[in-house]
Structures are given as structure tokens and as C-alpha cells.
Design a protein around this ligand. Structure first.
Ligand SMILES: C[S@@+](CC[C@H](N)C(=O)[O-])C[C@H]1O[C@@H](n2cnc3c(N)ncnc32)[C@H](O)[C@@H]1O
Length: 195
């Protein structure tokens, strides 16, 4: 239980956002994950800030055992429902926790993914959490997003600097790295392997 701090506020704000029948981020996986799924060694995967499970359930259907951590219990219930609808209930473990205090298991995962969430303090834990040969898949907004109409209210701290993600994983083998801005979404995307 988290009490009386920013995390408690985050939790109730996210719970409120997720309290709709529809899946606010959709049920389909991120395109970047779909495009690069063949690079991922099947095994145990961790979905950081899993939300409603669109990416986790996609990997579960591909044979991965997926753990998803999120601060919003409402989102996790929706993820579990999506798992049920796709007959992969036994492949998903939904963990309700605040990632500011959560400890990622060391040397444990084949894959760690992080979509549209930025907590820089997790970078060392992501590296430690992967087994040798394990893969990180990371995609989130860059500061370029401030130039787009949709992104002007995002606090700068939650946006990657140009080149920051590649630099953060420079001790990994970078398999894919790109920064794009289509006028709506300015993002950096990375697939990298622990050596
Ligand atoms: C933009 S959503 C992305 C969800 C999912 N990764 C996706 O791409 O569909 C960000 C997620 O971060 C979660 N979150 C925010 N702060 C968190 C925290 N301190 N600990 C764990 N999860 C958090 C929210 O509940 C929300 O589900």
C-alpha cells in the first residue's frame, strides 16, 4: 500500500482514466513490438507499466510467460479480462505495484518491455533483470513531442532526450534504434540485447 505521496495521486488518476468499458490504449499491440517480435527469445517476459495488457497478451499468445506490473488495479483487471478472452489466463501474472519502489528480479527474464512509460531509475534494474542474451524492447515519447499539438502538456521529465535511450543502453548490442515524429507522436524505439 502506498500512502500520502505522489504515487497515491498517480494511482487514483490512472484508475479514473481506466474506468471505461473501452480499452483506452486499444487491444492491439504496439506496432513496434509486432514488427520485432521475431527477435525475442521465447521465455519469461516482464511488461513494465503494463496498463490494460495489449502488449503482454500479445506475447502470451506467442508462448511467453508474462509478468505485468502496473500501479492501476483497474488497468490490471482489464488486462486479466483480455487474457481470459484470448485463453492465455495461465500465461499472465498481473502485479499491482508502484514501480518507484518495486524491485525487478535479477537475471530472470528473456524479455523486458517498456511502452510509453519513463522512469530512468529503472534502467539499471532492466539491465540486471535480463538474462544474458535477453532483450529489452523500449518505446516512449521524446522531447520532440513538445512540438506536436498532442504533447504540449507532458512534463519534460517524462520525455526522452534526443539520443538518450540509445546512450542508456550503449553497453547492450543495439539491434534496432529509431527516433520518429509523424506530427502526432514523437517517439524513440529500441530493441537491444544484453551481452
Ligand atoms: C501511457 S500508459 C502505458 C500503458 C502500456 N504500457 C501501454 O503501452 O499500453 C502508462 C502506465 O503507467 C502506469 N504507471 C504510472 N505510474 C506508475 C508507477 N509509479 N508504477 C507503476 N505503474 C505506473 C499507469 O497506470 C499506466 O498504465
Amino acid at each position: 500500500m502506498v500512502t500520502g505521496d505522489d504515487s497515491e495521486e498517480d494511482r487514483s488518476q490512472w484508475d479514473k482514466k481506466y474506468k471505461t468499458k473501452t480499452y483506452i490504449f486499444g487491444k492491439e499491440p504496439a506496432l513496434f513490438l509486432k514488427e520485432h517480435v521475431n527477435l525475442l527469445p521465447v521465455g519469461k517476459a516482464l511488461d513494465i507499466a503494463m496498463g490494460e495488457g495489449r502488449n503482454a497478451i500479445y506475447l502470451a499468445k506467442k508462448g511467453f510467460i508474462v509478468e505485468g506490473v502496473d500501479i492501476s488495479e483497474v488497468a490490471l483487471q482489464k488486462a486479466k479480462m483480455l487474457a481470459r478472452d484470448n485463453n492465455v489466463t495461465s500465461k499472465l501474472l498481473a502485479i499491482n505495484a508502484d514501480l518507484n519502489t518495486y524491485t525487478i528480479k535479477s537475471d530472470y527474464y528473456e524479455v523486458i518491455m517498456n511502452f510509453y512509460y519513463l522512469q530512468r531509475s529503472l534502467f539499471p534494474q532492466i539491465k540486471k533483470g535480463l538474462k544474458k542474451g535477453g532483450i529489452v524492447v523500449f518505446e516512449t515519447y521524446t522531447e520532440e513531442q513538445l512540438k506536436n499539438k498532442e504533447g504540449q502538456r507532458i512534463p519534460k521529465d517524462y520525455l526522452l532526450k534526443i539520443g538518450e535511450l540509445r546512450e542508456a543502453f550503449k553497453d547492450f548490442e543495439i539491434l534496432v534504434y529509431r527516433e520518429t515524429n509523424n506530427g502526432k507522436e514523437a517517439i524513440a524505439s529500441l530493441v537491444a540485447r544484453k551481452q
